[in-house]
Ligand binder design. Structure first.
Ligand SMILES: [Zn+2]
Length: 261
């Protein structure tokens, strides 16, 4: 009797287990050629990274608004989400329901090619929660030039992490824990003041508000971690602690290994 029940349960789980999704050679080649974060991983972690990317692609709708979504587009969007969640034990990727890819930047009225069409990405709130819009050229540029502290997909996924506790306010849940919140808010206020008075190398857009500061600082953390650590050690440490990733040391180890070749 018991044996039959176990068999039934096993069969049920077996039926429900999704087919393993294997990354295609083309997708892997895109990761290898376009995503430096992936390039720096060892073989075991590359496999984990690929699995997480495929899980993201499987769970997310990526829709071309006025263009066809390519394998490269999918991989870059998935990689952005996986990079940000890499150090989190419980999250394999940062979740979004639908990503709309558009052919260029747009303005507040969703118009392209206007003088004020300078928005390259955004995340939805309220009834548009779970939706993200990205400009395809900006998405590609973010990875083609990976040390200019600009990466629109990393920026927008950072907003989603911030939003995970309900609000986009530059104070994600983990930083909002009692012991972190006040020093973090003080630090952000000081850094925004420095930007406003022209005394900072952090992108000016970060001074818009605390939420934009968090996303802009995140771009800096992932694109130029060693410079961030040198010029803004407290901010670097806070982000390292938050993302559970020691980006500066990883980058140095990678450079040293390349020099030794
Ligand atoms: Zn933003």
């Amino acid at each position: 009797m018991l044996h039959t029940i176990f068999n039934r349960i096993r069969a049920m789980f077996h039926r429900q287990a999704p087919d393993p999704i294997v990354m295609s050679l083309e997708q892997r080649a895109y990761l290898q050629s376009s995503v430096s974060f992936y390039q720096r991983l060892d073989a075991h972690d590359k496999q984990r990274f690929e699995n997480r990317c495929m899980a993201f692609i499987n769970a997310t709708e990526i829709v071309g608004h006025d263009l066809e979504v390519s394998n490269l587009d999918e991989i870059l969007i998935a990689a952005s989400s996986v990079i940000l969640a890499w150090g989190f034990e419980r999250w394999h990727y940062v979740k979004v329901d639908t990503v709309y890819l558009v052919s260029g930047s747009f303005n507040d009225s969703s118009e392209f090619q206007r003088s004020d069409s300078n928005i390259s990405g955004l995340v939805g709130t309220h009834h548009l929660r779970g939706k993200m819009i990205l400009s395809q050229p900006a998405l590609h540029h973010g990875f083609a030039n990976d040390n200019d502290r600009h990466n629109v997909a990393i920026h927008e996924f950072a907003h989603l992490i911030d939003m995970a506790d309900g609000d986009i306010d530059g104070l994600p849940r983990q930083l909002a824990k009692h012991s972190y919140a006040l020093p973090w808010l003080d630090l952000v206020a000081k850094k925004i003041q420095d930007i406003d008075s022209g005394k900072s190398d952090i992108r000016h857009y970060g001074a818009t508000n605390n939420a934009e500061f968090f996303s802009v600082a995140t771009e800096y953390f992932f694109e130029q971690p060693r410079t961030l650590k040198r010029k803004h050690p407290k901010l670097y440490r806070a982000l390292e602690d938050f993302y559970q990733q020691n980006q500066a040391d990883r980058l140095r180890a990678d450079r040293d290994a390349k020099k030794a070749l």
